[in-house]
Design a protein around this ligand. Structure first.
Ligand SMILES: [Zn+2]
Length: 377
């Protein structure tokens, strides 16, 4: 008896040591990190190898990583990345070094990883409540043009999204459901009351010459804001905020809504950006600020002024939220994940359609999803 007990006492720590050694070796073998411009970078060839893209090409400064179901394209010297057809602004510039093109470790961990493998995001939970935040209201008109004002368009889009989400079984809370002014602090405090929830702030842009949709996730700690218009944020602030606890969920939610809107409305893709808008900074649940187009653009402004377009926009946002929920909660159901991950949905198909609005749960995934878009849909 006592001998056996002694053996067991040794066995447990030994197993733990062996397992952690294997993990350390696997990690060391997977990534080769180099320092450039004072921060850690990896090569795109390394990204291709780690995520098992069979095809990796580099023509002049453009790198292309392809598999049957996924694709990444990027160009050294820029701060942009295309993942499965969706445009992302990177946190740091992509650079060339000798024969290699490099991407920062920050961009791999904060963009590529959660977008390619949302089902692996730690601490993701089933979403039960959606907090919709129609921008502006009351005396705060937001942007306006001869077609109408931002505050009324954002409210209508949110109400349209609410209808679809409630039909799909979600609890929906609105920071405002009528034409009233609500402070940014009150919006955040309201959102933070709900567990198992996401926060979706809806706005429209206005600026001469601009058109298309853009989406914002909270900038990770140490990353400078990258925004195109309207909202004023201090660029000097690169600190950590409450919302940074959900960086991975933030980008997955943002990408999912952005991709779904693009695939359904064929809008111009102004990309997924990062900023420290008040509502993104202090909210403690996954959050996105979505800009649904330019009301100042003659063509886009007229479209936004139609209830038909706003209904489609609201439905697409709702679908994007549902896609996010399904993607982060996907479980391989006991299947060998190594096998499953080589069978991700084709990048030419949106994860949207895999989980059609009518049968969101009945139709199970056969493959872990990545967040994607199809221009043809
Ligand atoms: Zn706005």
């Amino acid at each position: 008896m006592s001998t056996r007990r002694t053996k067991h006492r040794w066995l447990v720590p030994l197993v733990a040591i062996v397992v952690s050694l294997i993990a350390a070796v696997a990690l060391a073998g997977d990534w080769t990190v180099v320092r450039e411009r004072d921060r850690p970078y990896v090569t795109f060839a390394n990204v291709a190898q780690f995520y098992q893209f069979p095809e990796y090409t580099r023509v002049s400064r453009t790198v292309s990583l392809r598999s049957e179901r996924r694709a990444i394209r990027a160009q050294a010297g820029t701060s942009e990345l295309s993942i499965n057809g969706v445009r992302f602004f990177t946190n740091f510039p992509l650079i060339s070094s000798g024969e290699e093109d490099l991407i920062s470790v920050m961009d791999v961990s904060k963009i590529i990883e959660p977008v390619l493998r949302p089902s692996r995001i730690p601490k993701s939970e089933k979403i039960e409540t959606v907090v919709l935040d129609p921008g502006h209201g009351g005396t705060d008109q937001g942007a306006s043009s001869s077609w109408g004002s931002e505050k009324s368009f954002t409210l209508d889009v949110a109400l349209q999204a609410r209808t679809q989400l409630m039909r799909a079984g979600y609890r929906v809370e609105m920071t405002r459901a009528t034409d009233v002014a609500v402070s940014l602090e009150d919006r955040v405090n309201f959102a933070n009351r709900f567990p198992h929830a996401v926060f979706v702030s809806i706005h429209f842009n206005s600026s001469s010459g601009g058109n298309g949709v853009e989406s914002y996730a909270l900038a990770p700690e140490g990353v400078v804001s990258n925004l195109s218009s309207e909202h004023h944020v201090s660029a000097a602030d690169v600190g950590r905020h409450a919302g940074n606890g959900q960086d991975a969920q933030n980008i997955a939610l943002t990408a999912s809504i952005h991709a779904t809107v693009l695939s359904r409305l064929a809008a111009v893709d102004r990309g997924i950006r990062h900023s420290r808008f008040h509502v993104l900074r202090d909210v403690k649940i996954p959050a996105v600020l979505f800009e649904g187009g330019f009301i100042s653009d003659p063509a886009e402004g007229q479209r936004i002024a139609t209830s038909y377009y706003r209904q489609r926009l609201g439905a697409a946002i709702a679908q994007g939220i549902q896609n996010y929920n399904a993607a982060v909660n996907y479980r391989a159901g006991g299947a060998n994940f190594a096998v499953a991950k080589t069978n991700l949905p084709p990048h030419t198909r949106s994860i949207t359609e895999a989980l059609g609005a009518d049968n969101p749960v009945e139709q199970p995934y056969h493959h872990p999803p990545s967040i994607s878009i199809s221009a043809g849909e």
